[in-house]
Design a protein around this ligand. Sequence first.
Ligand SMILES: NCc1[nH]cc(CCC(=O)O)c1CC(=O)O
Length: 332
Amino acid sequence: MKPTVAPFPAARLRRTRASQAIRNLVQENTLTPSDFIWPVFVRDGDGVEEPVASMPGVMRRSVDKIAEAAVEAQALGIPAICLFPYTDASLKTEDCAEAWNPDNLTNRAIRAIKDAAPEIAVMTDVALDPYNINGHDGYVVDGEIVNDATVEALVKMTLAQADAGADIIGPSDMMDGRIGAMRAGLEQAGHHNVAILSYAAKYASAYYGPFRDAVGASGALKGDKKTYQMDPANSDEALRLIERDLMEGADMVMVKPGIAYLDICHRVKSAFGVPTYAYQVSGEYAMIQAAAQNGWIDGEKVMMESLMAFKRSGCNGILTYFAPAAAKLLNG
Ligand SMILES: NCc1[nH]cc(CCC(=O)O)c1CC(=O)O
């Protein structure tokens, strides 16, 4: 689209900014609670809400408290919750078997949410890192993150989540061939309506630091994730990954992290026109909260501005730890 601008003073571009009413009329993008997917951390216990030090305002919740959070989200008009387990160190093994235990934290939380707030869509994370003794998203053999054996494990994990009632599967592992394998597994098991929101363009990012604290993986992680997550220098590669995942059966795609990668969001949405989401990750959240706590920025305003930026870039929605706070503001 080529902008048409008459010469001054025929055009005074400030006219359409002159009052709140006119600004509302010409507003190009909107933000509503239905744009949000709320990531939450699940831990064991009963009646527990434990603050995450590096993410002020974020809690690890026991399953009963997760169900309460889902009821709150439903009342706020947030359509989906995404579950991340804080797995006890004693359950982390080399074979990661806890990942497909039908009674693991995630699967119990899925069932509890479905009971308490049936209208909420439940999204899961598929990757081995919460269950892996060495903190990686895939199996490690002789120092290598092996692809195909990991994919087999991820399919088992996916099916356990779908059996528990998950609506949206979120593979965040970045192995090759996982989407096709998961889709085939889901079809075979009769889970025809379980959606896959692929973390298709996921970068090897330092912005994930606070998350690894929140799920207890920072101590465990040996090395980095650069052989499977993307190089922050690349952008054409993101389009190849998105196209590949769509061809294998992804229904929706994600770009991650968010604010530093809005160019990728824009390219993906323009190129494919599919439901596109960004993950405003833990480090982005922590940076805004920390500056706000110091009085250096207006936290609420920066929160809303950052969320609107995702919509402007072309995203259909945002995974954000701000979901309940932003929904409350939007609901007035
Ligand atoms: N597969 C793990 C996973 N799923 C979501 C995040 C990050 C989320 C955040 O930082 O908020 C990560 C961390 C990682 O890849 O190391």
